[in-house]
Write a protein of this length. Structure first.
Length: 520
């Protein structure tokens, strides 16, 4: 039966017995689910029947991912011990850890498979980019993602399509939207109408819709009561009609998201998406289109959400607008899918312009914009409160880069132009010599002493006094805020300047702004 039973709380014997009686033989659990593995292992040993056990590792208390190789192996060993000899069919990484390179986690997963400790390995809760990176390293056979009523990002982002193309099983967790949302499906008019035709429930129809969408999809139904296990099994026996499929597509749009169709009846309208990291120069590119007669839509200027911006785009296209340019980060395939789908629904083609910029150049641009608007580097608490692009903090750029999925040719763009960022050379003022310091909560005496040493060397002393940890300010080396702020305030040409130090951190700082580095 192509339905799995999952339970974040401990499985109990009555629930598992009901699942077996209903024909369910796949059970989804995790090391992070407390006693769930132990109870499942105890039941299966007593039952002495074959079942497929899918479990997950790499998650700590408080639902914090832990992608370290050692942590993944420790979780696997603990799962094997808890199951008490019941073999693990499929072992999954619970979620990518933003603090551990994904490649490190995937190498550890590949080693687990190579050592034949489990039959199959896979990943959970990934983007298309993360999946593709995983496939380059580990023999991924299973991907588990949220998919169902209210959860369609894996379809919009191309994860499910990639899995189907590669013959990878898709385990759809939270198909009913979770315990709080699942009961609300009983009030859904479209689902109720279909359910009446099959003497079933709206919840069963959602499960049937996923099963009908593609043979690779296995719904993972969370259950705490035996009745739910029986209902899930009943859903697998529903045979949907073409009328049902049409109604479900109108309600959820699953098939259209899985295999989007090209624009059928273009109106001649054109939408340009200018995309890239914050500080990549999108505004400059958008201005070029405005000069050519395009109307600009930008979330930073208008506020609100991308969904609201796309709604306005649709309204303008419906009112006869023929040329629109939207310059937003569009970090993920999901965000771009939504923009393209909205434009196509109004008959407009979409052209993509990707401004390709390095992190260092983006950082410099963000800092220079901050100095231009505010005349100084903002404090961490000021940046935390701001929603204006002139107040972007370092962690915002780092987070964007971590989540970034550069656009690709399979996203239904009429054309996709990749434009490398090129900084225009500027020459103004004389150069300067710099000593750079960082001392959290520095005293006046320390500052005076360091400044005196710099003056003996004919240098300026620039310094940061913010605390350690992940950088929350732009003045902590190697971030170039100190040098850029000094240059802006005193008319200094950094290309003619010298950073004098003995540390590689300051060498990197000099490289970012084009200054020369001199060993102290």
């Amino acid at each position: 039966m192509r339905v799995a039973l999952g339970c974040q709380k401990a499985f109990d014997a009555l629930l598992l017995e009901a699942a077996f009686d209903a024909g369910i033989r796949t059970f989804d659990t995790a090391r992070a689910y407390g006693e769930s593995e132990r109870e499942l292992g105890k039941f299966l040993r007593a039952r002495n029947e074959n079942a497929r056990v899918v479990t997950k590792g790499g998650m700590r208390e408080g639902w914090r991912p832990d992608g370290r190789a050692r942590a993944l192996r420790e979780d696997l060993d603990a799962s094997l011990e808890a199951l008490g000899g019941v073999p693990i069919d499929t072992y999954l990484v619970h979620a990518p850890d933003p603090e551990v390179p994904w490649a490190t986690t995937m190498r550890a997963l590949a080693k687990i498979r190579d050592e034949k400790l489990v039959k199959r390995v896979g990943v959970c809760n990934v983007t298309r980019k993360q999946l593709d990176e995983a496939l380059d390293i580990a023999p991924i056979e299973v991907v588990q993602v949220a998919l169902g009523a209210g959860s369609d990002a894996a379809l919009r982002g191309g994860v499910v399509a990639r899995c189907i193309a590669r013959g990878i099983e898709v385990m759809a967790h939270s198909p009913l939207g979770g315990p709080k949302k699942a009961p609300k499906l009983s009030h859904d008019a479209a689902l109720r109408a279909i359910a009446r035709r099959h003497a079933s429930s709206p919840q069963d129809i959602v499960i049937a819709a996923l099963l009908d969408l593609h043979a690779s999809i296995v719904p993972v139904v969370g259950a705490t009561r035996p009745e739910t296990a029986h209902a899930s099994a009943n859903a697998s026996r529903i045979v949907l009609t073409e009328e049902d499929r049409a109604a479900l597509e109108a309600r959820f749009g699953f098939r259209g998201m899985l295999a989007p169709k090209p624009l059928a009846n273009p109106t001649g309208a054109e939408v340009v998406l200018v995309m890239g990291l914050q500080g990549s120069g999108k505004s400059t590119r958008a201005a070029e289109y405005v000069a050519r007669g395009f109307d600009r839509l930008n979330r930073d200027e208008r506020g609100g959400t991308l969904r609201g911006l796309h709604a306005e785009m649709s309204a303008r296209l419906g009112a006869g607008a023929m040329k629109l340019v939207l310059d937003n980060t569009y970090t993920t395939r999901v965000q771009r899918h939504d923009a393209i789908a909205a434009a196509h629904a109004s008959g407009a083609i979409v052209r993509g312009v990707w401004v390709d910029v390095s992190l260092e150049e983006a950082q410099r641009n963000v800092i220079e914009r901050m100095l231009s608007v505010h005349g100084r580097l903002l404090e961490p608490n000021e940046m935390a409160r701001m929603k204006d692009p002139s107040g972007i903090a370092p962690n915002v750029l780092f987070r964007t880069l971590r989540d970034l999925e550069p656009p690709s040719d399979d996203e239904r763009f009429a054309s996709l132009e990749r434009v490398p960022f090129v900084r225009k050379p500027t020459t103004h003022g004389e150069g300067a010599r710099f000593h750079v310091g960082w001392q959290p909560n520095a005293t006046d005496a320390w500052i005076a002493d360091m400044r005196a040493k710099a003056e003996k060397d004919g240098a300026q002393f620039v310094y940061c006094t913010h605390e350690g940890g992940p950088p929350r300010c732009w003045c902590r080396p190697p971030l170039p805020g100190l040098l850029l702020a000094f240059a802006e305030a005193h008319g200094v040409d950094l290309a003619r300047s010298v950073v004098i130090s003995s540390t590689t951190v300051h060498r990197k700082m000099a490289e970012i702004v084009g200054a020369r580095f001199e060993e102290m």
